[in-house]
Design a protein. Structure first.
Length: 228
């Protein structure tokens, strides 16, 4: 398997102070331009499976890739950013929010296929802020499921996700390599990290590639997008 881990384009929250961030932002103008280049990148590369987080910014990032490849994106709750869908910030505390419902996703993104756990209660279902232990468990589960589903194949698989969860997932896939911002640098918006996986062998091919973006669209920013 060739596994592409893609961070979403610049979101409206990335450009805001934490106290002004909203629970489910869209993309900035720069972010919308970034993801169009992701679509162009995949026009000339093989891709067999496209899976995305249910946050609006990742769904929007997936649209040009789906258009370029003709794939039906799978919307998978497990790829959400750490913390979950919550409102608030440290000074006032947090409140769990529903997240987009199945109907809302299908209406805004009619060619996408939400998984069965996304229903009329939304994908997050107003749960509380995700604990650190739950974040680690989820990253481990995503790593195991991805390898179980595709690890023995030659398929090209793309997961569209978020910076902080992408770091966690890489730590579980590559436990012997310090794949974090301190050692490898921040994960850029619309950046692509590619791994080659066959059974128990996992090789890091490219990390945080942004060569598909014009220099003016490589957004310098704090790597974190969570409400911590």
């Amino acid at each position: 398997m060739h596994l592409h881990l893609i961070r979403h384009g610049q979101s409206e929250n990335n450009a805001l102070d934490q106290s002004l961030r909203v629970q489910d932002p869209g993309l900035t103008r720069a972010g919308s331009e970034q993801v169009e280049y992701l679509g162009k990148w995949f026009q000339v590369r093989p891709l067999d499976v496209l899976i995305t987080s249910p946050f609006r910014r990742t769904l929007l990032t997936t649209v040009p890739i789906a258009r370029a490849t003709g794939l039906t994106p799978i919307v998978r709750t497990a790829l959400h950013e750490i913390a979950g869908c919550v409102s608030g910030y440290p000074a006032i505390g947090y409140q769990g929010e529903p997240g987009m419902t199945r109907e809302e996703i299908r209406r805004a993104f009619p060619d996408f296929e939400p998984e069965a756990d996304i229903d009329e209660r939304g994908w997050w279902k107003s749960r509380s802020y995700e604990s650190g232990e739950d974040q680690q468990r989820r990253a481990q589960d995503v790593a195991r499921r991805t390898i179980h589903e595709f690890g023995d194949t030659q398929m090209h698989v793309a997961l569209v996700m978020h910076a902080d969860f992408k770091h966690l997932l890489l730590q579980h896939l590559l436990p012997e390599i310090p794949v974090d911002a301190g050692h490898f640098g921040p994960l850029r918006n619309a950046g692509v990290t590619t791994l080659k996986i066959y059974r128990d062998t996992i090789l890091l091919d490219t990390y945080n590639a942004v060569q598909h973006l014009p220099a003016e669209l490589v957004t310098p920013q704090d790597d974190s997008e969570t409400r911590v």
